[in-house]
Design a protein around this ligand. Structure first.
Ligand code: AMX
Length: 432
């Protein structure tokens, strides 16, 4: 039993009992109401989910278990994982124990690579990554123990085991996707003694003379770890897991949502957009040229990728963290400089468009410019890196849901016609 197991074992039942007795005391009280606009507008702002792992106040950005993300930028991703799971940062012994546990669980079964190699080379890296995770479902402890009659009290424990096994293997899986997808030669074996993110950087095989790439990967893994429970990937994973589908099913499903251009794929879209700008102006543009380019994008009906957010109403602190990293480590890199220039120019344009609620950059507006600088020049891969990190939050949320003994999700849908009847209107036409 690892120290993380013991730590959670001591608190899980109190957590569940607290939730249950709270529900008994307050079960019928109203927290949030749903307007027609919210029903038809992606449920924006409806408070109908509980997530104790992280929160995103619109005016502050990501807070992980009470700690603003800017105060976590010098931590290792393993420390963040422990924080996500337990609510506290680990001490040195606990960190070492978790790292050792990851090391023990890290072996990727050979059949996974056969699955990968069976795919056409032009498959999207996110599809390949998600498929590999799904292929590993065969390893699920939860499913095995469920079939063997595990009691409900042990669901969280088997989920924790699946979570640890999966997180331990993700760097190797993701690095394997990178090397396979871009014909970079044999997979690079993991190196004993490296931390989780450093091993990921190492297995990608990116040249890293001064360690800058490794520092970037560590920071990237910290910043993307979670973003409360209502975003597409976390909510999808939560919904899938609520049917007692195991962690592999849940994470793969969540990452399929992350692969959308309005969510995690935005980092790919940003880099493509920045490279288009550099190409069009044969280098970095003037502010006027950039402003015109942004207008052209908007006039063609496209969004400016990396700007706006469904919840945030300020500059995303994860953007600020990466901006500070770039200013320190590679201030003169052309793509990074362009991302910085976009930050000077684009919010003013978006502020003039009344319907846009958040004109500020999110994390995706800058992350790719840094990866590009360190030699990861394939934007289609960027969301995989996002996914490696986000999986930490997803599995923590899923483990907590199991600990709380949450039931299967089942909101109620109604037809447009029923909605009309409820509001005293008739004669709706339906499609088809
Ligand atoms: N460029 C152009 N139009 C934008 C825009 C942008 N960056 N951000 C929002 N808008 C538009 C929306 O498309 C919407 O238009 P519509 O009413 O004609 O459909 C309108 O402004 C209102 O949108 P909103 O209420 O401000 O945002 P939202 O909650 O509906 O959507 C988001 C949020 C992120 C999908 C949107 O801002 C967007 O598309 N941004 C660009 C893509 C992006 O960066 N996504 C990454 C988000 C972070 C993440 O998940 N990784």
């Amino acid at each position: 039993m690892s120290m993380l197991h013991n730590r959670l074992r001591n608190s899980v039942f109190a957590y569940r009992d607290n939730r249950r007795s709270f529900a008994r005391r307050h079960g019928s009280e109203v927290v949030s109401q749903v307007t027609v606009s919210q029903m038809m507008g992606g449920q924006r702002g409806v408070k109908s989910l509980l997530c104790d792992v992280s929160e995103v106040p619109p005016d502050k950005g990501l807070i992980v278990r009470g700690i603003p993300i800017m105060r976590l930028v010098d931590r290792l991703p393993e420390e963040i994982f422990w924080l996500l799971m337990t609510g506290e940062l680990p001490d040195q012994t606990e960190l070492a124990d978790l790292q050792e546990d990851f090391e023990k669980r890290s072996k990727v079964p050979d059949y996974a690579w056969k699955v990968l190699e069976a795919l056409p080379k032009d498959s999207h890296p996110m599809a390949a990554f998600s498929l590999l995770i799904l292929a590993l479902e065969r390893e699920s402890e939860f499913r095995k123990q469920y079939n063997a009659g595990m009691t409900r009290d042990d669901h969280w424990l088997a989920t924790l085991d699946d979570s640890l096994n999966l997180i331990a293997r993700l760097p190797e899986l993701a690095a394997g996707v990178y090397r396979w997808r871009y014909d970079l030669g044999k997979r690079v074996p993991r190196k004993k003694g490296l931390d989780w993110a450093a091993n990921y950087a190492h297995m990608m095989g990116v040249e890293d003379k001064d360690g800058g790439f490794t520092r970037l990967v560590r920071l990237y893994m910290v910043l993307h770890c979670d973003h409360e429970g209502g975003n597409v990937s976390a909510h999808t994973a939560h919904c899938v897991a609520s049917a007692l589908s195991d962690t592999y099913y849940a994470v793969s499903a969540g990452l399929n949502g992350l692969a959308g251009p309005l969510h995690g794929l935005a980092n790919q879209e940003v880099l493509k957009w920045l490279l288009e700008v550099l190409d069009k102006f044969d280098g970095n543009p003037t502010d006027d040229q950039l402003e015109q380019f942004a207008h052209d994008t908007l006039n063609s009906g496209r969004v400016i990728p990396g700007y706006g957010h469904a919840v945030l109403r300020v500059v995303d602190p994860r953007f600020t963290a990466l901006l500070e990293f770039g200013n320190k480590e590679c201030p003169d890199a052309p793509v990074f400089k362009l991302a910085e220039q976009v930050f000077r120019v684009v919010p003013k344009i978006l502020q003039r468009i009344h319907k846009i609620k958040d004109p500020w950059p999110n994390v995706d507006s800058i992350s790719g410019s840094l990866l590009h600088q360190y030699g990861v020049t394939q934007p289609r891969y960027y969301t995989v890196m996002f996914g490696v990190s986000r999986a930490m939050g997803i599995v923590s949320q899923v483990t907590m849901s199991r600990a709380a003994g949450e039931p299967i999700e089942r909101p109620k849908s109604i037809t447009f016609q029923t909605l009309g009847e409820l509001l005293g209107e008739r004669a709706f036409e339906s499609v088809g």
